[in-house]
Design a protein around this ligand. Structure first.
Ligand SMILES: *[C@@H]1O[C@H](CO)[C@@H](O)[C@H](O)[C@H]1NC(C)=O
Ligand SMILES: *[C@@H]1O[C@H](CO)[C@@H](O)[C@H](O)[C@H]1NC(C)=O
Ligand SMILES: *[C@@H]1O[C@H](CO)[C@@H](O)[C@H](O)[C@H]1NC(C)=O
Ligand SMILES: *[C@@H]1O[C@H](CO)[C@@H](O)[C@H](O)[C@H]1NC(C)=O
Ligand SMILES: *[C@@H]1O[C@H](CO)[C@@H](O)[C@H](O)[C@H]1NC(C)=O
Ligand SMILES: *[C@@H]1O[C@H](CO)[C@@H](O)[C@H](O)[C@H]1NC(C)=O
Ligand SMILES: *[C@@H]1O[C@H](CO)[C@@H](O)[C@H](O)[C@H]1NC(C)=O
Length: 455
């Protein structure tokens, strides 16, 4: 668990500065990025009004101007203890060290050209959410289909839907998390639709949690919407407009998934960006602090505090539960807004992947992923003593290399049809279907079949 910094390849960005800068960067993100993007009402609407700069300022503990990252989005320097960073002279050495240990890290590698292209289309898969149905929405380029994730030092096969469904006979599988988990489940449904169409058997009132059944394999697949994984009270309408701070209960799990846990054979759990929102924290039935609540006379404990507590609670539940599904923890997903954020004209119009070293991970993602890796490592050790298998689905870095995989303006149907220069909202966070997120399932399959090899 020491290799997480490799995409942040410039040593300068690691050592020098004060941790507080991360906080500032995060505050900036919060003020602007209300994270309505992740606000996943089922229809995933953006608000018509973006927050005005004035509003942002009154919420901000520090002037926005001082904290905004430069337009190129290069990350602010980040302070990390030296002993957490294993330094290799170069990539070759690193790969060699791994091969000597007889291991391949399937999450490290490159996107290489691949002529086989997309596995399904908007015609063969009926469950693609309209906001991620990029081809239907008129995205003109299709080069982003023709890349394959190639781990350094080993090869992983393409997802075999027949094999997967055969393995899943009589089984139940759930994706547990926010709208990115929904994006992920739709990718899996689309890939599986080559073999069998799923039948939707359940949805909640807002169409955020859903369950499907594959009758001829008796396989049940679901997505459970629980953006914090822990108990939270969210005051928000379907447009993501919040009327009050989120109340987060750091010592209580969200029953929406724990109540179903016993019925599940496989779970893919993921948390993330929702923790960046303003929130009041509760512990031991009292208010223990907050994240980003100026004027409230509460201790600002930071999102890191809440995210770590939440993951600890989730992983502790999983490792101590009598019921022992195979559990995957997926790491945070990066966005690719450039020259702004989603509310300020940010866009993502690249059409080819980055090569390693061409992009730095944003600080927020680095902080979140480090928490994920640390808590995963602790939990996996406890789990192995209790007969619970935990797998890390570390998709952050490989996804960071795919700025070309997002809907951008094509979250809407033919957004530029009437006016080529129309100002439209871009989505540089969710992934087009088909698209690079399909590769996440190749990795899921590999971990499912050969997981022990990579521990
Ligand atoms: C990387 O390290 C290997 C082994 O020490 C060396 O042979 C190779 O020349 C190095 N490559 C670069 C680009 O520095
Ligand atoms: C699928 O996408 C193509 C463009 O690639 C478009 O012409 C077609 O109308 C779409 N079909 C459906 C059913 O959305
Ligand atoms: C389907 O699987 C469930 C377990 O998930 C099992 O209880 C049930 O008997 C199976 N049904 C059939 C028809 O095989
Ligand atoms: C699935 O469940 C059915 C009914 O309970 C049983 O007959 C069958 O053997 C099971 N198949 C597997 C692979 O467990
Ligand atoms: C909550 O209670 C536990 C056990 O009594 C204690 O260890 C912990 O410090 C308390 N946490 C807070 C934030 O008060
Ligand atoms: C802030 O809280 C502390 C302790 O809870 C209290 O002593 C203090 O009076 C409060 N300050 C204000 C301005 O309310
Ligand atoms: C992306 O958009 C920017 C600004 O409109 C433009 O300068 C750039 O050439 C575009 N890049 C691509 C690959 O289309």
């Amino acid at each position: 668990m020491v290799k997480e910094m490799r995409l942040d390849s410039s040593p300068l960005s690691l050592h020098k500065q004060k941790h507080v800068l991360v906080k500032f960067a995060v505050s900036f993100l919060l003020t602007g990025l209300a994270f309505r993007l992740l606000f996943s009402d089922s229809f995933f609407r953006f608000s018509a009004e973006t927050p005005s700069l004035a509003e942002q300022k009154t919420e901000s503990p520090v002037p926005v101007a001082e904290t905004s990252p430069p337009p190129d989005q290069s990350p602010l320097p980040l302070d990390l203890p030296d002993n957490e960073i294993q330094t290799f002279q170069n990539e070759t050495e690193e790969a060699e060290a791994e091969q000597e240990a007889g291991k391949c890290d399937i999450f490290k590698g490159d996107w290489i050209p691949d002529s086989s292209g997309q596995r399904y289309t908007n015609e063969t898969c009926r469950v693609i959410e309209s906001h991620q149905n990029c081809m239907k929405n008129g995205r003109p380029d299709s080069g982003y289909f023709y890349w394959r994730w190639s781990p350094r030092g080993c090869d992983i096969p393409r997802f075999d839907p027949q094999k997967f469904l055969d393995l899943m006979r009589n089984k139940s599988w759930a994706f547990i998390g926010d709208s990115i988990s929904r994006n992920h489940v739709q990718s899996l449904l689309c890939i599986l639709s080559q073999v069998e169409q799923a039948v939707e058997v359940y949805h909640d009132e807002e169409y955020r949690s859903k369950r499907w059944h594959f009758p001829s394999h008796n396989f049940t697949l679901s997505v459970i919407w629980t953006p914090f994984l822990i108990k939270a009270t969210i005051f928000e309408d379907m447009n993501g407009i919040s009327t009050s701070e989120i109340q987060l209960y750091l010592d209580k799990l969200d029953k929406v998934w724990t109540d179903q846990y016993e019925s599940l054979d496989y779970v893919v759990i993921a948390g993330g960006k929702w923790f960046l929102k303003t929130a009041i924290f509760h512990e031991n039935d009292t208010v223990s602090g907050c994240h980003f609540c100026p004027g409230k006379n509460l201790t600002d404990l930071g999102f890191e505090y809440a995210y770590r507590k939440a993951l600890q609670l989730v992983l502790n539940f999983i490792t101590s539960s009598k019921h022992k599904p195979l559990a995957f923890l997926r790491t945070t997903t990066p966005d690719h807004f450039e020259n702004g954020e989603w509310f300020s004209g940010g866009y993502c119009n690249r059409t080819v992947p980055f090569k390693e070293g061409e992009v730095d991970m944003k600080d927020v993602d680095t902080v979140m992923r480090n928490i994920e890796l640390e808590e995963f490592k602790k939990a996996a050790e406890i789990g192995s003593k209790n007969g619970v298998v935990l797998r890390l689905l570390d998709t952050t870095s490989l996804s960071l290399l795919r700025p070309d995989g997002h809907p951008g303006p094509y979250r809407q149907f033919h957004p530029l049809a009437e006016d080529k220069n129309a100002k439209v909202q871009n989505d540089c966070l969710h992934w087009c279907l088909p698209g690079p997120i399909d590769s996440w399932n190749d990795l899921v399959m590999e971990l499912l079949v050969n997981g022990d090899k990579y521990q």
